[in-house]
Ligand binder design. Structure first.
Ligand SMILES: [Zn+2]
Length: 139
């Protein structure tokens, strides 16, 4: 009369047998697939490769994939997609200025036409340059 009704009716209890299996399946789903989906959605929202992020998260990153997708900058550093070289925004120097490309670091410096030297904004390299206009001399 005191027998456990839940467990002892049948010799084979699906809950006890399948429980751990289901548990591990759910664990895999929640720990690996869910973050992968979330990471993919985040990546997609950032205009990036969602599929790539999904697989990268499933196979390599796991739960960390969400974090990586969150901190990843917009549209760069995709795991499976090499960043396409951004078209160099070639804007013209402002009027009255001329552009010098620093030979040391390659940074572009826009300096006034009349200046005879500049300090590179990026590497502080001091360069002497020839003023473009000779008549516009400072008094
Ligand atoms: Zn420089």
């Amino acid at each position: 009369m005191d027998t456990q009704v839940l467990a002892a009716d049948n010799g084979w209890n699906p809950i006890i047998v399948l429980g751990p299996v289901l548990f591990f399946l759910l664990l895999i789903v929640f720990v690996w697939l869910l973050p992968a989906i979330v990471a993919a959605l985040i990546a997609e929202n950032k205009g990036r490769n969602g599929i790539g992020w999904f697989f990268a998260t499933v196979f390599f990153l796991g739960p960390l994939g969400v974090g990586f997708a969150l901190i990843a900058p917009h549209g760069a550093m995709d795991p499976f997609v090499l960043p396409t070289p951004a078209p160099a925004a070639k804007r013209k120097p402002t009027h009255g200025r001329q552009r010098f490309t620093c030979p040391r670091c390659g940074a572009e410096n826009d300096i006034p036409d009349t200046d005879t030297s500049y300090d590179c904004w990026q590497c502080d390299e001091h360069r002497k340059v020839k003023p473009k206009t000779t008549e516009a001399t400072k008094s």
